[in-house]
Design a protein around this ligand. Structure first.
Ligand SMILES: [Zn+2]
Length: 153
């Protein structure tokens, strides 16, 4: 509890008081220091996370449109392919393109200027928030596909 309160005070110090900390002295073994370090890494990563999550939102829409318009496969295959696209989505967006070429339409496995930041995302705890949300998205592939089809009619 102490760590949470102190981290919150540090997070809003600039916005509320115009105070920017230059140096922090503390016990390296304390939970407060670990939480502050995690919060600091998150602040550094926040803009990149925001940009990539915006990209992810666009990628979701494009994947639905692509799978909806894909010819030569049945509805069940459309749903399964879209679900697999969604499962790969966070990896692609955060720079691990190892599974992208197998998806076959949006990424050849290399993106200049899109280095893998998954370890950074995990280190600030955001990966554990993104993946369950992505699981919900994947489980709703069928309804997303059908809604997209219905909206276009
Ligand atoms: Zn990719």
């Amino acid at each position: 509890m102490e760590a949470v309160i102190i981290v919150e005070v540090f997070k809003c110090s600039v916005a509320m008081y115009g105070v920017k900390y230059h140096q922090l002295i503390g016990d390296e073994d304390s939970s407060v220091m670990r939480q502050l370090d995690k919060a600091k890494r998150y602040v550094v990563l926040r803009k990149t996370l925001s940009d990539r999550l915006q990209h992810f939102r666009c990628a979701i829409t494009r994947a639905i449109r692509y799978r909806e318009s894909q010819v030569g496969i049945n509805e069940e295959q459309h749903i399964r392919e879209l679900c697999t696209d969604f499962q790969n989505g966070p990896f692609h967006v955060f720079g691990d393109h190892s599974k992208c070429p197998a998806r076959g339409y949006f990424c050849n496995g290399f993106r200049s200027g899109n280095e893998c930041i998954i370890p950074n995302v995990k280190s600030v705890g955001k990966w554990d928030e993104i993946m369950p949300a992505n699981d919900i998205l994947s489980h709703n592939s069928e309804s997303l596909l059908k809604n997209m089809t219905k909206d276009r009619a």
